[in-house]
Design a protein around this ligand. Sequence first.
Ligand code: NI
Ligand code: MN
Length: 231
Amino acid sequence: MKIHFLGHSCFLLEGSKKVIIDPYLKPDNPVALKTAEEIECDYILATHGHRDHLGSSIAISKRTGATIIAAWEVVYHCQTLGATGHGMHIGGVNQFDGIKVKLTQALHGSGHITEEGKPVTYLGNPCGFLVWMDGICLYHSGDTGLFGDMRTVIGDLNKIDVACLCIPGNYMMDPDDAVIAADWLKAKYVIPMHYNSTPHTEQDPQAFKAKLESKTNSEGIILKPGESFEI
Ligand code: NI
Ligand code: MN
């Protein structure tokens, strides 16, 4: 499986199928190199309704026919705007063309700005994802604060190969909490995400990698937008 980092929390997983997670792309995403029009994929996984995650999900689904997999409220919102979707909820698991997807807890919000200046539309609970494709298990935390079930429900019960963890602080885990998360998750590789892209996300990924590798058995993989990691 090839893991392409497209910037912020957006990854394109390329294996027997193509799966994009949190497609926040150019020009909305200041660090992304690709636009939504350049994306070809089979499935779109959206962790929550914030614009830097739901991003271009609807546009990509409408153009390519890709199915949006997310919390039911997110999917319902996307379907009313013409997208194709499959609703799930936290703790739920399903198979899609040989790809297994499970929704995991995330401590965060999921308010969506439908119209600037108007109250947000709340799109259910935010989530993370466990994705199994071609024998590889990847965990994408979504936006979340540290929570204890990362150790038990997610880490102990699954053999995670790659964990993509948010590290910006302010709205979610900072590098110190993400190192604790990595210790609990016991993933072979940890890819930091959601840093140096939007306001309040300034972090040093090298310092995170150094601390991660001194405190856990995980190897830190730092990807710049446009770079890939093959496992
Ligand atoms: Ni968010
Ligand atoms: Mn975010």
